[in-house]
Design a protein around this ligand. Structure first.
Ligand SMILES: [Mg+2]
Length: 125
């Protein structure tokens, strides 16, 4: 399975990429929402997007709205917000826009594995 990790902080992309690899996912990444849209076009087989909210160029929320708006009837990836934007209004806004789950930073492997299980993605570890 393939994960797209979207975060403007390289340290987060590296840490989350390592966790996703340990959980059996191939991972690709993007540093902002625009790069993430480009990655989705290049990799239509992405199973899950791990999505930061606050990023330059295009934030995670705007990416989410754009991506869900472009989806065809076929497969649509799960979206897990990984963010410090965890106030109830933000969470509800993201869920309404098509996010599936929420992880509050800082995260660890157990939290990530638990949320992936909730959204129905099998993990190897
Ligand atoms: Mg950020």
């Amino acid at each position: 399975m393939k994960a797209l990790i979207v975060d403007d902080a390289k340290v987060v992309r590296v840490a989350l990429g390592r966790i996703m690899n340990q959980l059996g996912f191939e991972s690709i990444d993007a540093a902002d929402g625009q790069q993430a849209l480009d990655q989705m076009e290049a990799h239509p087989d992405v199973d899950v997007v791990m999505l930061d909210w606050n990023m330059p160029v295009m934030n995670g929320y705007d990416f989410l709205v754009a991506m869900r708006g472009m989806e065809q009837h076929g497969s649509s990836p799960k979206v897990v917000m990984v963010t410090t934007e965890t106030g109830m209004p933000s969470m509800l806004k993201a869920l309404a826009a098509g996010a599936d789950e929420y992880i509050m930073k800082p995260f660890d492997k157990e939290m990530v594995a638990g949320k992936l299980e909730i959204v129905g993605l099998e993990c190897n570890a």
